[in-house]
Design a protein around this ligand. Structure first.
Ligand SMILES: Cc1cc2nc3c(=O)[nH]c(=O)nc-3n(C[C@H](O)[C@H](O)[C@H](O)COP(=O)(O)OP(=O)(O)OC[C@H]3O[C@@H](n4cnc5c(N)ncnc54)[C@H](O)[C@@H]3O)c2cc1C
Ligand SMILES: NC(=O)C1=CN([C@@H]2O[C@H](COP(=O)(O)OP(=O)(O)OC[C@H]3O[C@@H](n4cnc5c(N)ncnc54)[C@H](O)[C@@H]3O)[C@@H](O)[C@H]2O)C=CC1
Length: 501
């Protein structure tokens, strides 16, 4: 190594996102005398605010971007270093930053997050959304756009298609239904009318114990339009930093160049065949172009269903890749198939004294039958907190067991303006055909799905103000045999809370 070690810290944490900051807070509170360094690339750090434990495992909180001085004032033994780590030397227990400084560590936690897994890296018309900078770039480009294509069917796509106004959106999804990372086709059917104009209908409960859904045929498309009055929004840009999170779009107006309201066309069961410029389009003599798509768009996207759309730009909302690159050279990290650093049940990587938490890591311990990893804010906080506890326990030679929060998967969020709660194996993940679904759906009001295996509840999707989360969480955790209750479990006329008292 070219440079001399400037200082050795007991704990070094890399990354000022939710995972890194929570890890720092945990370590600094547990061992206040320990010297801790937080090395982060951005000028700001993320802070969890308004934390609320909704039930045993469900939690809600806001996230704010703050100057790092707030953390340093709170924890006198903390040093925040604003520079990117460019290399890691696990043999000598040191990291080197982009500005050429070298810091030693006794224990290190990598919390460098992830970045968008783009359809293509080179095309200037293909955007990803991750942090405030990329959200602002998206907003700027959108303000001049008449049509965009959104590719992907997860969290970002779901948020964008609902929020974008004044611009036509073509939404290309690989699947038969929208929102496949969070929902099944039934929930998608419940949500899709929200893309259209608000037409208040009297909600009539309909119990659907047998699970059937109508799906669009392969290669089909559906168009939804909505007239919406502008909703109140703050207009000022937010400060640059790490990954965005809940309600990131509340602070920025997502409005295109047209005086139209929402117009979304969903192209089902298709992927991207090719992305090309107008010159390339002329050269290739595209036969598949519909008349409405002919024009001088800066970029064209050809889908595997044979259709080609011209647009102002493409949003690649196609998942994340863990930020591991700076740490790999010269070291021997075991990585998972998704590119994340493999961690065990103590958040330890395969390298001695190196831990990892949040989007950069892949949980490779034997999971509880009711938990799975998803790269989410909540899990970044839980992992950062638990990694901090493990690091502290190891230096103090104390025993530590996997935390209870990894017992049951839980996530609270909002899609299409509905509250969404996901519990356990909410989509029957990994259960094979050996499970049963109960569904209750009240159009425009709520969608409740329960996943049962061997008569026991193993997962649930709750959309709307169902007020069922706590009861269902208990039923999942206590694994009570629900066979005697049958379909009554979702009877809208029974107060289920009283039922199980
Ligand atoms: C648009 C969007 C909306 C989202 N909405 C939700 C939501 O509603 N609910 C939810 O649960 N989750 C949501 N997520 C996911 C959530 O934001 C992430 O899972 C979570 O923020 C990950 O936290 P992290 O600390 O692991 O990583 P990050 O927040 O990405 O933080 C990584 C940090 O590491 C720093 N860093 C990176 N490389 C280096 C380096 N070499 N040296 C030093 N520092 C480095 C970065 O500057 C950053 O500070 C959303 C994500 C996006 C992009
Ligand atoms: N409310 C919430 O909980 C939100 C969570 N997030 C999180 O932020 C992160 C980033 O979000 P997303 O990019 O939406 O990731 P995601 O993992 O949620 O979804 C990625 C989607 O892209 C699809 N996809 C992948 N490769 C593709 C390809 N080549 N062509 C077409 N489709 C492809 C996948 O099938 C999946 O539907 C995720 O970890 C997500 O969970 C994001 C927004 C909201």
């Amino acid at each position: 190594m070219a440079h001399k070690v400037e200082k050795t810290f007991r704990f070094v944490i890399v990354g000022g996102g939710i995972a890194g900051v929570t890890c720092v807070e945990q370590l600094s509170s547990q061992i206040p005398s320990a010297e801790v360094a937080l090395i982060t690339a951005g000028p700001h750090i993320k802070a969890v605010t308004n934390y609320k434990q909704v039930s045993k495992v469900l939690e809600e909180f806001d996230v704010e971007e703050r100057p790092s001085s707030v953390l340093e004032e709170k924890f006198p033994n903390l040093t925040v270093i604003h520079s990117a780590v460019k290399s890691l030397h696990t043999q000598s227990h040191s990291v080197e930053t982009a500005d050429g400084r070298v810091f030693g560590y006794e224990k290190l936690c990598l919390c460098s997050g992830g970045r968008p897994k783009l359809l293509t890296q080179e095309n200037p018309y293909v955007l990803g959304i991750r942090d405030t900078d990329s959200a602002q770039e998206f907003q700027k480009r959108l303000s001049k756009a008449k049509r965009i294509v959104v590719v992907g069917n997860g969290g970002i796509a779901l948020e964008l298609v609902y929020e974008v106004e004044g611009c036509e959106v073509i939404w290309a999804v690989k699947d038969k239904a929208i929102g496949n990372t969070f929902f099944d086709a039934g929930a998608a059917q419940f949500l899709i009318p929200s893309l259209e104009a608000d037409k208040p209908e009297r909600a009539a409960p309909c119990k659907r114990p047998r699970y059937t859904t109508e799906e669009p045929a392969a290669g089909a498309s559906q168009t939804f339009t909505a007239d919406r009055n502008s909703r109140g929004r703050n207009s000022g840009p937010t400060e640059p930093g790490s990954a965005l999170g809940p309600d990131w779009h509340e602070g920025i107006a997502l409005r295109g160049a047209e005086q139209v309201s929402r117009r979304v066309s969903v192209e089902y069961q298709c992927e991207v065949e090719k992305i090309f410029t107008s010159e390339e389009l002329l050269d290739s003599q595209q036969q598949t172009l519909r008349p409405e798509n002919v024009g001088s768009w800066p970029v064209y996207i050809q889908l595997t269903n044979g259709k080609t759309f011209g647009c102002d730009f493409v949003v690649s909302a196609t998942g994340v890749v863990p930020n591991t690159e700076p740490f790999l050279h010269g070291n021997n990290f075991a990585r998972a198939d998704d590119g994340g650093l493999r961690v065990d049940d103590h958040m330890m990587t395969s390298e001695l004294d190196v831990y990892a938490a949040g989007d950069v890591c892949t949980a490779c311990w034997e999971h509880s039958p009711l938990w799975q990893q998803m790269r989410l804010w909540t899990q970044a906080r839980q992992m950062g907190w638990y990694a901090g506890r493990c690091m502290a326990a190891h230096v103090l030679s104390e025993p530590i067991e996997l935390d209870f929060c990894f017992e049951l998967f839980s996530h609270i969020t909002k899609f299409f303006n509905y509250k969404v709660v996901l519990l356990g194996k909410f989509n029957g993940q990994g259960l094979g055909p050996d499970h049963e679904l109960l569904v209750r759906c009240t159009k425009g009001r709520e969608y409740v799905k329960v996943v049962l295996s061997g008569g026991r509840m193993v997962g649930a999707v709750l959309i709307g103000e169902t007020d069922l989360e706590e009861t269902f969480e208990n039923l999942i955790l206590n694994q009570m045999d629900l066979t005697p209750y049958g379909e009554e479990l979702l009877n809208p006329n029974i107060d289920i809370e009283d039922y199980f008292d």
